[in-house]
Design a protein around this ligand. Structure first.
Ligand SMILES: [Zn+2]
Ligand SMILES: [Zn+2]
Length: 276
């Protein structure tokens, strides 16, 4: 299978390494292609995201490194958050990008109040208690609704960690995963993804960071993607170059088990993407 990674973070957002260090590591690990996908600047304050003032430098730096290292394909990406009522991204020059990952990390829970999904376990429990009557099912359905809205209005190249809400749910200690209601909502998302040719990533980041034992998404959801002929792509969501291809063997095994013969090849699938 093609060895690539289109989901990694550098010091431009919340990663540990420079873009050049990541590229060098990708060459050492003999990757065919590497995509840098730092967190896009947002309209809410968050230290994990790239400040808008650094965006041009980010693009220029990747372009320069593309010239310097021609033994590997290098792509300019961003992991872009969709924020309810703050979706407008006209402050970023998206035309400079080769691709995008559309993700939900924050949910609007009340007027001008946004809560992170994947910050800390206690924090997630508190959000569910304070804004969703302690009902994880309600919380997850809202998260999935946001993903649905994100891809209805926009066309990211790839949907990031579609079931990120399970990050702190190892052993299903907080809630039951893949309930009929959740799967029904995911089905609606996949129908839209299929029509718009949006890929789903198989993201090993939660394993590398010790939270869960399986990638995002679960095998159940991956099967649903396969039945619909949706492209998938293995990524590590690396925030440290040591994790650039961490646990790819688990992801590859899962793809094969489900029936996938290949994963998305970005160079043959530079899909026109758009954000409103
Ligand atoms: Zn993410
Ligand atoms: Zn990420």
């Amino acid at each position: 299978m093609l060895k690539t990674n289109y989901h990694c973070h550098s010091i431009f957002s919340d990663g540990n390494d420079t873009i050049e260090e990541i590229i060098k590591e990708a060459i050492t690990q003999k990757l065919e292609a590497i995509g840098i996908s730092d967190h896009a600047p947002l309209k809410i304050d968050c230290e994990c995201n790239m400040p808008l003032s650094k965006f041009n430098k980010y693009i220029n730096e990747i372009e320069q490194l593309k010239q310097k290292y021609n033994q590997i394909k290098i792509y300019k990406g961003l992991e872009i958050d969709w924020l309810e009522d703050k979706q407008n991204l006209d402050y970023i020059n998206l035309e400079k990008l080769d691709y995008s990952i559309g993700s939900i990390h924050f949910m609007k829970v009340a007027k001008d109040t946004y809560k992170p999904v994947d910050y800390k376990k206690e924090f997630q429990i508190e959000t569910v208690k304070d804004y969703f009557d302690g009902d994880f099912n309600k919380y997850i359905l809202k998260y999935l609704d946001d993903i649905k809205k994100m891809i209805t209005d926009n066309s990211p190249t790839i949907i990031g960690h579609i079931d990120l809400y399970k990050k702190f749910n190892k052993g299903e200690t907080l809630f039951k995963e893949d309930t009929p209601q959740m799967l029904e909502k995911i089905e609606e998302i996949l129908e839209i993804a299929k029509t718009k040719n949006i890929a789903i990533e198989l993201n090993t980041g939660g394993i590398s960071r010790g939270y869960i034992d399986e990638p995002y998404p679960s095998i159940k959801i991956l099967q649903m993607c396969y039945y619909r002929g949706i492209n998938t792509i293995i990524s590590s969501d690396a925030h440290n170059k040591k994790h650039l291809t961490a646990h790819f063997e688990i992801a590859e095994e899962m793809l094969k088990k489900v029936g996938y013969k290949k994963q998305l090849d970005l160079k043959q699938n530079i899909i026109p993407f758009f954000y409103k």
